[in-house]
Design a protein around this ligand. Sequence first.
Ligand SMILES: [Zn+2]
Length: 352
Amino acid sequence: MREDEGWMTSEMSRRGFLAAATALPVAASAMQSVASPKKGALGKYVGELVPGRYDAHTHVYPGEPKPEKLAKSFAEAGLVGGVVFSRCPNAWLHPGKEAISPGKAMDDVIAWCSASPSLYPFYWIDPGADNAVELVDMAVEKGIYGFKVIRGAEKPVDPNALKAYRRMAEHGKPITFHTGILWDGRDSSDYFRPANWEGLLDAPHLRFALAHVSWPWCDECVAVYGKMLNAITMRGLEVPEMFIDTTPGTPKLFRRDALAKVFTIGYDVAAHVMFGTDCTVNTYNVGWCRDWQKTDDAHLAEFGFGADVLDDYYRRGLRRFLFGGDNTKRKVPTPDGTDGNRNRSGNEKAGS
Ligand SMILES: [Zn+2]
């Protein structure tokens, strides 16, 4: 069975998905009548995501957690769930203010996500911290589902940070990186260009996302995606798995161009692209979220994509990011256009 078949297709027709995608509050209540995915840490759905749309990129800012209000805002935005990043641990982003302690940041984001089994807490970590590996373990122990990083004063991958990334991979937990220009008032752009992430080739099995399609370096983002996928031909199936998070970033003027590059380049991007908004959970911007969905839906329709690609974009990409998938079935690009996965040298077996 293909990785993207199974629970969803058995429970719901394509037509059913379209209805869910356009009338989500109704679809969410209709979900009560079908089998639910099994639950894992913190009572979240694991292995499968209920049909509907997800926001893979939201942030906690300082303030009292209001989980019920957040779940309501998601429903109003036509979403059934998503990912919430904990508060920023980087002192340089908030000069003069005391950073929240790791344990408090984890508890805080877990509280924000507590009103829904489809809201997944991520811990925003400093991978260069002396105790980064311990923090990864601590987060997983608490039930955190993934990680987030903005490293703007040094390159994203160095021997120290690699230890933390490898630990995440050992736990099977994904990580979202800020990439692309950052309005931080500092000389930082060189650190956010996608080619800097090639160093993750030394973090076997890591699932990582480059956020914002790395705008304005979308070409480079897609190029790195192709390179990472092609690396299977040389390094085998243990290579890290890259995802593209399309959170704006992109000004409207560049949105069509960015999505065209990602979705029509011809690489196997199925279930490896995710929709996100960058909204704060404290005051989730329902109008902004709906507006970007409308924009992206129109562009994807213009490219000739239907319900299948929409489901990849709004749900299955996040599912694979959170829970992993089967690398043996992916089409691996090669210079001569053959499928590099099929042509892998015989010294390693499928599923290694
Ligand atoms: Zn963000």
